[in-house]
Write a protein that binds this ligand. Structure first.
Ligand code: ZN
Length: 339
């Protein structure tokens, strides 16, 4: 059940009259971490807290910790509860946005058919809205980050998995249930590697996600006996592979170049589909910046259909680890504005 903003008693709606910037509570539910913050409609983050998800400990404990993190975020923000009109929540799909239900997110085992907005409304006694986390992040980057001023923008987040969000003519594209824009599952090789996220083969995610970069580096180490700096690393991470590639390590370079080829291929299809002015790339893997984005710009420009390829700039995201809460807040502000 979703309650529209203003439908609950006791929620003050005078923030605008007082000249404030309408703070909302924003929650971001990821497979490895939960985040909460109070964010206003100018994009200012009044508080920001992160805590591990501990997905294996189950749904009930996870939700209790999430609600508590939200309460702490409000307390630390210095904003009075009476000023907070609505709660915005971003979570990995698949989900049913209108009903506010998490369906079966692969990164949160046990979180099946969770009526998230109804539970949040009970926990905080005010309306709540739910959005796919990558879609919310796209809204955040579009309104307050790297995409400010654009009308046609694509957001790609590359971390444990790969997600996406699309702004078409200034508006979020959501699809029928709120799961549209799954750009990580664009195929770059239909006979390629299995995709952990969707079960098909050869998705962009199966090559450029942090999970895949580490997996392919481990496979290369097991298959070849070449000397590599990565052999000495106990807990291999994407950052280790990227650093070794920068140092000229041949094995790491081969893994990194395959990653770049797949990214250029996937981005070319995405650019052909949407003809965006701007492609914003975020997520943990993208923090290496130009090492990831520099080499893909020219192949995308050269391979894409001419007008699309020449018009699309590819840049790094601007909001960093706060993108989830800034995005969930942008969704909440949209709901208040449309009510
Ligand atoms: Zn897939």
């Amino acid at each position: 059940m979703s309650v529209r903003a203003g439908a609950l008693p006791g929620v003050r709606r005078d923030a605008r009259k007082l000249g404030r910037h309408r703070p909302v509570l924003a929650l971001d539910i990821g497979g490895t971490k939960l985040a909460a913050g109070v964010v206003d409609d100018s994009g200012r983050v009044h508080s920001f807290l992160v805590s591990p998800t501990h997905a294996a400990r189950g749904l009930e404990q996870g939700l209790d910790r999430l609600w508590e993190l939200g309460r702490q975020a409000v307390e630390e923000s210095g904003v009075a509860w009476s000023e907070i009109e609505i709660v915005g929540i971003g979570a990995g799909g698949p989900l049913d946005r209108e009903r506010g239900v998490l369906v079966c997110p692969p990164h949160l085992p046990g979180w099946r058919d969770v009526p998230l907005t109804a539970l949040a409304e009970r926990a905080y006694d005010r309306p709540a809205v739910l959005e796919n986390d990558a879609t919310a992040a796209a809204a955040g980057e579009h309104r307050h980050g790297a995409g400010v001023g654009t009308r046609h923008m694509v957001y790609l987040t590359i971390s444990t998995g790969v997600g996406g969000g699309v702004i078409v003519d200034g508006s979020l594209y959501r699809g029928a249930m709120g799961n549209g824009g799954e750009l990580g599952h664009v195929t770059v090789d239909c006979h390629g590697r299995p995709c952990h996220g969707c079960g098909r083969r050869g998705c962009l995610e199966a090559y450029v996600s942090g999970t895949s970069i580490v997996e392919r580096a481990r496979e290369a180490l097991a298959e070849a006996e070449d000397a590599s700096a990565l052999r000495a690393v106990v807990e291999l991470t994407t950052a280790d592979v990227a650093a070794a590639a920068r140092d000229g390590d041949a094995l790491a370079l081969a893994v990194w170049e395959e990653t770049l080829d797949a990214l250029a291929c996937g981005l070319t299809s995405i650019v052909n589909l949407f003809e965006p002015e701007l492609v914003v790339v975020g997520g943990g893997v993208s923090t290496v910046g130009e090492q990831l984005l520099g080499p893909v710009r020219e192949p995308v420009r050269a391979s894409a259909m001419r007008s699309a390829g020449e018009g699309a700039r590819i840049v790094q995201a601007a909001l960093g680890e706060r993108v989830g809460v800034v995005g969930a807040a942008a969704i909440a502000h949209d709901r208040v504005a449309s009510s």
